[in-house]
Design a protein. Structure first.
Length: 392
């Protein structure tokens, strides 16, 4: 009889069998590590190979960049560049810096491209050029195989050399004369006319300020052993708007003292400033026998600190005789000026005083001599004409 519960089986394990079961219960499980070691080796090898390939790629990139720099620096577009200029063509450029941008090279590729900016100068101009370049690895060496100029710029870094300024003196004087003509003088005192021969030119100052250059030139012409000195002020500006940027002359002016120097020498025509007598003469009829026309300022203008006074003396082209005149100070009796002989059709704009006069009015006498057929006579209507020199 049972009480309805399941029977419990009990198994007795005795001796060594029990010990073996106990040992099996605590025995660790041995795993196979060989696949893990192989995988680790593969990973390590891949890392090493990646490092090697990365190093090779970097070395190739560096080599390609170096080739771009070297090739662009020595490009004929830089070393053989000649920039035309009014003031002397510019050449002999040397590279001072090179920058590589937009560098591109595929993985372990044998070609590379980039944009190279080159700065070069020759001491007077600075170039800033940009190239699109192509490099190729040929037999283990990188070489620049193509360089296309995409932009060219140049600008001054130094003033125009003095010798270049002097070499272009005719053009400079012509520019000064343009200004004279614009003043509508009857007979302009042109720098080109006076200083075109037997003239020595020296640059007194030459200053560069940004895109503007200011030059002062001294001119000396010797006539019959007498030096006549003038001064030109030249202003140049850098014109970057034209196809080939260059310096251009903005203005050239002869100072007032230079105008007086030029006007102190007898020249053809009528004075720059016509007098009322000259204007009347231009509307008058023919001269009768024994008559002649002369014209000069009875109130001459002098200038503080200057040895020149404006007389605007003219011997009319239709006069039958040569003339000369003398200016005498009524204050001291000193002869202030004695003119050379003026043939008909010539004039003298300024007299040259021994010394500058003080500011104020100075009474003088103008004595005129007319030469007819080789003999001299005094024209009573012109002798001892009272005049003044007003120094301002």
């Amino acid at each position: 009889m049972t009480d309805g519960r399941l029977p419990i089986e009990e198994t007795l394990v005795e001796g060594s069998q029990a010990e073996e079961l106990q040992a099996d219960a605590v025995q660790p499980v041995k795993k196979n590590r060989k696949p893990l070691l192989v995988a680790a080796g593969i990973v390590a090898a891949a890392v090493v190979l990646g490092c090697i390939l990365f190093s090779v790629q970097c070395a190739g990139d560096a080599g390609a960049r170096d080739a771009m720099v070297a090739g662009a620096s020595e490009s004929p577009a830089i070393t053989e560049r000649v920039i035309p200029s009014t003031w002397g063509d510019q050449s002999g450029f040397t590279t001072s810096s090179v920058e590589v941008a937009d560098f591109s090279r595929g993985f372990l590729s044998s070609t590379a491209t980039g944009t190279v900016a080159v700065v070069a100068d020759n001491g007077i101009y600075r170039l800033t050029d940009t190239f699109d370049v192509l490099c190729q690895n040929q037999n283990g060496a990188w070489t620049l195989t193509q360089a296309d100029v995409t932009s060219e710029k140049h600008a001054p870094i130094a003033k125009i050399p003095d010798e270049a300024i002097v070499a272009h003196l005719p053009e400079i004087m012509a520019k000064a004369d343009e200004i004279n003509k614009s003043l509508a003088y009857v007979n302009p005192l042109n720098v080109s006319d006076f200083f075109n021969v037997d003239t020595e030119a020296n640059v007194l100052s030459n200053e560069l300020d940004g895109g503007e250059e200011d030059v002062r030139i001294a001119l000396t012409r010797t006539i019959d052993g007498v030096p006549y000195e003038g001064m030109l002020d030249v202003v140049l500006a850098w014109d970057a708007s034209i196809e080939v940027p260059d310096w251009k002359m903005l203005s050239v002016t002869a100072d007032q003292e230079t105008e007086r120097v030029m006007g102190s020498v007898v020249r053809d025509g009528v004075p720059a400033f016509m007098t009322n007598a000259q204007l009347a003469r231009s509307h008058d009829g023919e001269l009768s026998d024994g008559q002649f026309w002369i014209s000069y300022q009875t109130v001459m203008q002098g200038f503080e600190g200057s040895r020149y006074a404006n007389i605007s003396f003219a011997n009319d082209a239709e006069n039958p005789s040569d003339m000369d005149f003398t200016v005498i100070s009524n204050e001291t009796g000193e002869v202030l000026y004695a003119s050379p002989r003026l043939v008909p059709g010539t004039c003298l704009d300024y007299i040259t005083l021994p010394e500058p006069l003080e500011v104020g009015r100075h009474p003088v006498t103008v004595q005129l001599t007319s030469y007819s057929f080789g003999w001299a006579y005094e024209d009573t209507t012109q002798t001892n004409r009272d005049c003044t020199i007003d120094v301002l």
